[in-house]
Design a protein around this ligand. Sequence first.
Ligand code: FMN
Ligand code: SF4
Length: 405
Amino acid sequence: MREPVLLRRQAAPARTLESYRLSGGMAGFERAKAIGPEATVGAVSESGLVGRGGAGFPTGRKWDAVRTAAESVRYFVLNADESEPGTFKDRVMLETDPFMVLEGVLIACYAIGATRAYIYVRGEYRQAADLLERCAGELAAAGCLDGIAPGGRPLAIEVRHGGGAYICGEETALFRSIEGYRGEPMSKPPFPTVEGLFRKPTAINNVETIANVPDIVLHGGAWLRGFGTERSPGVKLYSVSGHVRRPGVYELPFGAPLEELLDLAGAAEDLQAVLLGGAAGTFVFPRDFDLTLSYEGAAERHATLGSGALIAFDRTTNLWQVAERLGSFFAHESCGQCVPCRVGTKRQYEMIEALAAGSGQGSERELIARLGQVMADASICGLGQTASTAVRSLIEAEASGLLMV
Ligand SMILES: Cc1cc2nc3c(=O)[nH]c(=O)nc-3n(C[C@H](O)[C@H](O)[C@H](O)COP(=O)(O)O)c2cc1C
Ligand code: SF4
């Protein structure tokens, strides 16, 4: 059996700095300090690591933009808001290996020359937030934060509790929330690497992205390419729930077939479909269960990995009711700032509700598709841009005769 990489301490979590060091921890951080910021960013770039928060942006490129920014005040933000329905891999990562995530944060801050790090933890994740506070305190007491910030100053790490809204996970809304305002996204550009938190150059990364960093820096950029595919190097965490016997978080190298993940989780024999990629993902039906779990493999089948959430549904599930739930989620979570999303998610929800109840007028399917395109084209942020992705994939599946209920 393949040895886990990111989840290797899951069986025996290292929740003290001493136990973390005893299990090989902090060696990546020592290596980073030995090779310097530029080479550290170089290793991350060479590894091909891309963000695991959903957008898949190259991490090295983001870090390099902040490292070379003219501004002397720069920030690093760890995005641990994790509010996508069906997604819980970051919570597991934080609770089972908090020091590996914090080591990644230290390396990121050192590499980009951050003056301060913010860890933004979903409000409901009290246990993870308390653990991170305690572990960050242990790192400070052990002198690990000394001399990392520019000018040889100690690095400050601040844990913040999330604002309780899905939209606060969107990077610019998250910055507003930290700044003390309502969590509302801002138009991009300017991108966070130029004007981020408090209008200063900021690198923001997802928990899983950062958990990869200590190993990459310790073993060199080529190490990550020993896993996965050429275009999707590394391993990926998946949050699996729904009609499976063993719901939980699974780690697989990119390129593994979806069927393997379903087998690991003990999926029901009579699966009708899976929702891959979370609320903004797509329904995938058995004819596509052989798709390879990589960014390019998912795209080939018009699907998306998103943050790696998978919800399985057996033949008893009415997928229109699932779509109705998703529609209600987006209508509720839209921040209301821009019209296509504020009004579009509400109208979309009403139409899905009618279809789920069997009381539609007949024109809803076409209207949902057209409205979805308008929201994708004209919304400010990813929430409105992807709010119709799942329901549109359901409409296409229905037209192909794939629905069972
Ligand atoms: C509505 C919305 C919610 C998001 N929620 C999260 C989240 O909870 N966690 C996360 O890491 N990224 C989330 N993102 C993506 C972030 O905006 C950003 O791309 C990510 O934190 C960058 O980190 P990465 O490059 O390591 O993936 C969300 C995006 C959108 C549009
Ligand atoms: S797309 Fe939706 S969530 Fe995003 S800014 Fe506009 S109204 Fe807010």
